[in-house]
Design a protein. Sequence first.
Length: 365
Amino acid sequence: MQDYKKLYDSLKCEYEAYQRFSEKHIQELCEVNVKLENSNNSLFNIVEISKYINTFFSDDNLISMINDMIIGILGVANSTIFLMENDELIIKATNIEDSKINLTSEEIKYVYSEQEFLINSKDPIKQVGSNCSDIHSVMGVPIFLRDKFMGYIIVEHKVYNFMTVELKLFLKSIANQIAISIENSFLYKQLERLSQTDPLMNIYNRKYFFDYMEKVIQQENYDKCAIVMIDIDNFKVINDNFGHQFGDKVLINTGKIIKSWLGDNDLMARYGGEEIILYITDFDDELSVYNKMNIVRRAIEGAVVSFQGKEKSVTASFGIAYFPMNSRDINELIKIADDLLYKSKNLGKNRVISAHDEKFKTLLC
């Protein structure tokens, strides 16, 4: 009987040991599984953020959208994204009221040394917002693009020990995505600018002008505008006698003179060759547009173009049409302005002809 009891006790001990081992092993497997699930979730979220950034990289509100995603995915109370602009660290997105960002001296130290940090404290680290909420957990990571410091992300929570090393790794992944989005946005805007501008004169091109005008005229309650066609007189002769490089200098110089007389809401584009087209919206009446263009004409006439020891003064001819007085169709307006331009050429060049004059007479100076 005693032998059976010993055997029973021995088997019981073995069973209990096996049970403890199994429970421990199961617990370890569960923890590994949880970590794997968290890793998969983090990876999934990073992929989703990457897709989102690649879809909306040209959107001016992209950084604010990413900041909202950080708050939603990480579950933090506050998130702020700083980006470098003109050698200054600027707040580009935050959910903190009135953008009143309160950084501690320790946070400032990490930010300006371009280092990541993670701070948890049972005592309040700082107070944030109009309600002066106590913050017990703060984390920050820098944003780098090819080793160049581009900005910083700081996230906060009211709960002690909310920030973890795992969350920091995830935030660093988001910082990398932001860096990529900044570069993509910059490249996109560069490409967009190149597609919209004339490379020689550094003004808008013909296609952009038409696209812009179509949008503007379709707006409700659109009031008025003037379309001005300008052509440099005897431009072929200038190219033949002085060379194409001198001709390019004439175009650049003429464009600068015209641009200096335009309002903030006016638009200038190269229509083709030596022709320039203007969209004028800052004016009181038709006569004021005519008078301004005459001032521009005189400024062009009075300027001397110099290049490689050669000098020459040039003149230009102008034609002006008005919306809605002459037409509500942009193509028709341009045709009218172009016809008036060539009437100006035929009448001797270096003059302005405006559609507001019913007889198309020119007031010569």
